[in-house]
Design a protein around this ligand. Structure first.
Ligand code: ZN
Length: 108
């Protein structure tokens, strides 16, 4: 189970998130394609896609930050305790979100 070795789970998660972020940010900026014969009307779908990408990127970044924080907590021995109130984060919650650094009450 994830809870038996959270460090391995978190390191793997960090790799996955970093990779996903790299893929997202590697996309060419819309608008840079002027002169490449883009059809009018493409711009709207590209814009929508771009907004979705930005939202996705923010979610990934937040998750990555939490993962980094959870790894730091493993190092200082506070993993599994809430950053705010130091209460135990439930094992069930950690199974579901191994990168959780706060209890349900203080979840962002
Ligand atoms: Zn708390």
């Amino acid at each position: 189970m994830a809870s038996s070795d959270p460090r391995a789970t978190l390191l793997e998660l960090r790799d996955t998130l970093t990779e996903q972020l790299a893929t997202l940010t590697a996309r060419p900026e819309p608008g840079s394609g002027i002169g490449f014969g883009k059809r009018v009307g493409d711009s709207t779908s590209i814009a929508v896609e771009r907004i979705t990408d930005v939202a996705k990127q923010e979610t990934l970044l937040t998750k990555l930050n939490e993962t980094e924080r959870a790894l730091a907590k493993l190092d200082d021995g506070t993993y599994g305790s809430c950053d705010v109130c130091s209460e135990r984060i439930g094992a069930e919650r950690l199974d579901f979100r191994p990168y959780a650094t706060r209890c349900v009450r203080h979840a962002v």
